[in-house]
Every structure is written in structure tokens, then in C-alpha cells.
Design a protein around this ligand. Structure first.
Ligand code: FE2
Length: 188
């Protein structure tokens, strides 16, 4: 990595958080920026390409979800700059730094898109939840709060996605829902 692609780079700033902590926090935020941009474009990919009898509701749902992610892209990038960091938000940097796998390009059916997005939303949710603790431990309650807001929405969207496929996964005896919830009838 060249110096100008160092996610932890800082400008001089008057903010009172110590530079050592800010450097770590902006690195985490820049990783989130890449993942959020990546997830947003993947959600748009699903919005454009989904087919099947559920087309319209999924097309609309995916667009709403991509719109939320677009807001988080801006929130995360501007938290980087508020902390004196350089925001790394180009498409090329997002592709290089994202934690997410590439979106499958050969799927069409609604539930295949729902499953692909559920897998990616789950990975992103894990990253965001870990970032709450890491930024709290680094003494930045404001960034932890930003992540908490994102986390709540992402968990909700993961629920929306999984609600389409959990019955199928449970009946098939496989998938995350089936392995973590072996007695769905008993759940209240
Ligand atoms: Fe559209």
C-alpha cells in the first residue's frame, strides 16, 4: 500500500480526541465506508436485476435499502473528516478495501437475490457491531453512537430479508435459520 492509500492518515485538527486514537478510528471508519459503498451498489444490482412473481415488491424494497445505505456512506465519510482523516470513498477504493464478497452476477430469482443480500447484510452487521465496541474502547462515544444507529437499521433489514426465506430454509433443514432455530414452532 502506498502512503497516500493509508486509511489512517490524519490532518492537523483542533478536536480534542488524541491523534493515536483518531488514527485507529478513521481506519475502522474507512473500512466501513468501503463496505457500505460496496453493499449499496450490490443492493442496487439486486434492485435492477431481480425477476419473478415478487418482482415489484423486491425491486422497491431493495431500492429503499440502497437509499438508507447511501445516507450511511455520507455519515461515515463525514465522521472520518470530522476526526481529521481522509475519506477513502471512490468506487475503486471501495472495491479494494471492502470486507464483502462480490455479488453473484448469474442469479435472477427473487429469493436468490434475497439470500445473496441476507448473507452480505449479516457480514456487514457483524462488522458494524464490532465497530461499536472498538470505537467505544477508543474513547469515541460519538462514532460508537453512529455505528449503533447503523446497526439497528441493518439488523432490521436483515430481519426483512430473512423473513422471506426463513420458512423455506427451516423446511429444507438447512441454512442459518434451520441451524440456529431447530424448533421454530416453539418460538414466541
Ligand atoms: Fe431504480
Amino acid at each position: 500500500m502506498s502512503d497516500n492509500q493509508d486509511l489512517s492518515r490524519l490532518y492537523p485538527t483542533r478536536i480534542d480526541l488524541p491523534a493515536a486514537a483518531r488514527s485507529k478510528i478513521v481506519t475502522i471508519l474507512n473500512q466501513s465506508l468501503a463496505a457500505t459503498l460496496d453493499l449499496k451498489t450490490q443492493t442496487k444490482q439486486a434492485h435492477w436485476n431481480v425477476k419473478g412473481t415478487d418482482f415489484f415488491q423486491l425491486h422497491e424494497l431493495f431500492d429503499e435499502m440502497a437509499g438508507e445505505l447511501e445516507e450511511y456512506v455520507d455519515m461515515v465519510a463525514e465522521r472520518v473528516t470530522a476526526l481529521g482523516g481522509y475519506a477513502f470513498g471512490t468506487a475503486r477504493l471501495a472495491a479494494a478495501n471492502s470486507i464483502l464478497p462480490e455479488y453473484p452476477l448469474d442469479i435472477l430469482a427473487g429469493m436468490d437475490h434475497v439470500t445473496a443480500l441476507a448473507d452480505r447484510y449479516a457480514a456487514y452487521a457483524k462488522h458494524v457491531r464490532e465497530a461499536i465496541d472498538k470505537t467505544n474502547d477508543l474513547g469515541d462515544a460519538d462514532t460508537a453512537d453512529l455505528y449503533t444507529e447503523v446497526s439497528r437499521t441493518i439488523d432490521k433489514r436483515l430481519w426483512f430479508l430473512e423473513a422471506h426465506i426463513q420458512v423455506l430454509e427451516i423446511n429444507a433443514g438447512n441454512g442459518a435459520a434451520a441451524t440456529t432455530n431447530k424448533q421454530p414452532a416453539a418460538v414466541k
